[in-house]
Design a protein. Structure first.
Length: 197
């Protein structure tokens, strides 16, 4: 993992911040699959400088989005205050999908990390894991969801579903998939679910 920003010299910190700002612009532009080398060139730094700070694309993507997680935590708390935990989890998954759709590049990074067994490490995954843990624990305490579910597993499932059905025109399909996931996590299947026979 790259060193924490506070441990860097002033010039190295400026380079890091400039790389993150440049990457944020690139990801927001919607250019698919732009390389780290292209981001370094656009930022006006050498490839070695970029790789020293961000050894992988996933490290850079996570750094770009690490400070944008707060709304997801606030949405989870709001949903838990207003809905039964299983429904709050289902609705939060939809909130996360919308959040990810507005941040091009994050789903690609999450899927890559999940495939590499890295989901649950790094600033974004760690915070997503904490939010999922809060929702799953609330569901287990209420008797709605099975106890002992690993939030890393649920996060990896969500990332995989977004890779398959994350486009705006697939929203209905994605919501059905989220319903299947939540029903699979229930301690007792929901007889009112349209997907439970």
């Amino acid at each position: 993992m790259p060193p924490p920003p506070g441990a860097l010299r002033a010039d190295a910190r400026r380079n890091r911040e400039h790389l993150v700002a440049t990457a944020a612009e690139v990801f927001a532009s919607g250019q698919p699959g732009i390389s780290l080398d292209a981001i370094a060139k656009r930022a006006g730094v050498g490839n070695a400088t970029l790789y020293r700070h961000f050894p992988t694309r996933e490290d850079l993507v996570e750094e770009v989005y690490r400070d944008q997680i707060r709304p997801l935590r606030e949405q989870a708390l709001t949903l838990l205050a207003a809905e039964p935990p299983a429904e709050a989890l289902h609705r939060w998954m939809g909130c996360f999908a919308e959040w990810a759709a507005e941040r091009r590049g994050i789903v690609e990074a999450l899927v890559a990390m999940s495939a590499a067994g890295r989901f649950g490490t790094g600033p974004v995954c760690d915070q997503v894991q904490q939010i999922l843990g809060m929702l799953l624990d609330a569901g287990a305490r209420a008797g709605e969801l099975r106890a002992g579910i690993d939030p890393v597993d649920v996060g990896a499932i969500i990332a995989s579903l977004l890779a398959v059905a994350g486009a705006p025109e697939q929203q209905a399909q994605l919501d059905r998939m989220f319903t299947i996931v939540v029903d699979g996590l229930r301690s007792i299947p929901d007889p009112l679910s349209p997907l439970v026979s």
